[in-house]
Design a protein around this ligand. Structure first.
Ligand code: DWN
Length: 392
């Protein structure tokens, strides 16, 4: 039984950028904690088809940081595991699989626009949601897999036990399941409540993952803490008792225990800090607006959909959002309908303040926009607390 600890109000589809103002679908975004498994999940899941379809706009290759991250990850996995067969679940635009040979790599991607792309690029891609029926079909067609990789996808799947069981079914005897998703510990530590939106059905702790994987006979043998996406965990799992357990597993579990991730009270305190973050953000944006400043948002992220809708931030405060993704440009942001334009079109000398919607790429963005800061521009972030950034 999940116990609710945070309510972020009525929210739209986080990546549902709109061509025109129209009636949108809204749902209640609230989050709960399961005392038994320690899993943090949305109280109400949104149907997968509403979020992931042939007009999905998030391209993982849009940042240099992520391209580099996946190239390095692929290189290291090849070196350490030397897999004969590789499968990725949630391959998006192919940013990870393109580092592997087309001969022994397959992919699963429910967004047909991306599935078509990777198929055309020569990687056999199943355009389906990940479940047990698909796993059986793949075993029949392609055999069991030595490496099953998934980045920022497992946490999107409401029926997570079914998803893990499906991986187990198709993992070869000595196979390794490697998956990475945002870390619950980092979200709590950094106050990054905007990690919560429709697509993130769960925010994983290592503690909860260990409980869930154990239930179905998979075992975590290594954990890597990553900087990407605001702090993520990369989990290495295998069939139970098949590998030596690395000390990183105990380290992560202990760290989470001492931060109280197994206690409901921790989440109630987090919910209080979220309200405070909202008040402070509205205060600082209103202050700059009252000074006649032009404020934009940098990065039309899923995360900023949560913030803008929760805080009630509209075009009254933020003139527009700049984003490099062509399929988001010329559209309106979900719910609050702030226009999205390209940085070339909108990030010019007229901008005084830029809210970092893509705060997880702070380093890459500040480096790219040095001139904006040198010319007196100001970045604003809410992570780990409301802060003005005046220098690189
Ligand atoms: O799990 C998910 C994660 C990994 O990515 C998905 N459910 C959806 C998505 O979440 P997000 O939209 O919050 O992701 P990002 O990666 O924080 O989005 C960054 C956005 O900012 C992209 O639209 C690209 C844009 N961007 C930009 O305009 N200029 C990014 C960089 C680095 C830039 O310089």
């Amino acid at each position: 039984m999940k116990k609710k600890f945070l309510d972020l109000g009525k929210q739209p589809i986080a990546n549902g950028f709109l061509k025109n103002k129209t009636d949108e679908f809204f749902f209640n975004l609230s989050v709960g904690f399961d005392e038994k498994t320690k899993l943090v999940s949305l109280m109400e899941f949104v149907s997968l088809e509403k979020m992931f379809n042939d007009s999905y706009v998030y391209h993982a290759s849009q940042s240099k940081t992520m391209k580099k991250h996946f190239a390095e990850t692929a290189f290291n996995l090849k070196k350490t595991l030397n897999p004969k067969t590789v499968m990725e679940i949630g391959s998006n635009d192919g940013v990870f699989i393109k580092n592997f040979s087309k001969k022994n790599t397959i992919a699963v991607e429910p967004c047909e626009n991306f599935a078509k792309k990777t198929n055309n690029d020569g990687y056999k891609t199943y355009p389906s949601f990940w479940d047990i029926e698909l796993a059986k079909q793949i075993v029949k067609n392609d055999g069991k897999q030595d490496l099953v990789f998934s980045a920022n996808c497992m946490c999107h799947i409401p029926d997570i036990l079914n998803a893990f069981e499906s991986v187990k079914l198709l993992l070869s005897e000595s196979g390794v399941f490697v998956f990475e998703d945002p870390s619950l510990l980092k979200m709590i530590e950094r106050g990054s409540y905007d990690q919560i939106y429709d697509e993130h059905a769960h925010i994983f702790s290592v503690t909860a993952l260990q409980n869930l994987l154990k239930k179905i006979g998979l075992e975590i043998f290594k954990v890597e803490q990553l900087d990407v996406h605001g702090g993520s965990n990369r989990i290495y799992a295998s069939h139970a008792s098949s590998r030596q357990i690395d000390s990183s597993v105990t380290h992560s579990l202990k760290e989470e225990e001492s931060s109280g991730l197994d206690k409901f009270d921790t989440y109630l305190k987090f919910a209080e800090s979220v309200k405070q973050s909202k008040d402070e953000l509205l205060k600082i944006l209103s202050f700059y607006k009252s000074q006649g400043c032009k404020i934009v948002s940098y990065g039309a992220t899923s995360k900023s959909t949560t913030i803008f809708n929760y805080c009630g931030i509209t075009q009254d405060l933020i003139d527009y959002i700049v984003d490099t993704t062509p399929s988001k440009q010329g559209k309106l942001s979900p719910g609050v309908n702030i226009p999205v334009v390209s940085p070339e079109q909108g990030f010019d000398n007229s901008v005084d303040v830029a809210f970092l919607g893509a705060w997880n790429f702070k380093k890459e963005i500040l480096e790219k926009e040095k001139k904006f800061l040198q010319n007196g521009g100001l970045f604003l972030t809410h992570v780990p607390h409301i802060k003005e950034i005046k220098h690189v």
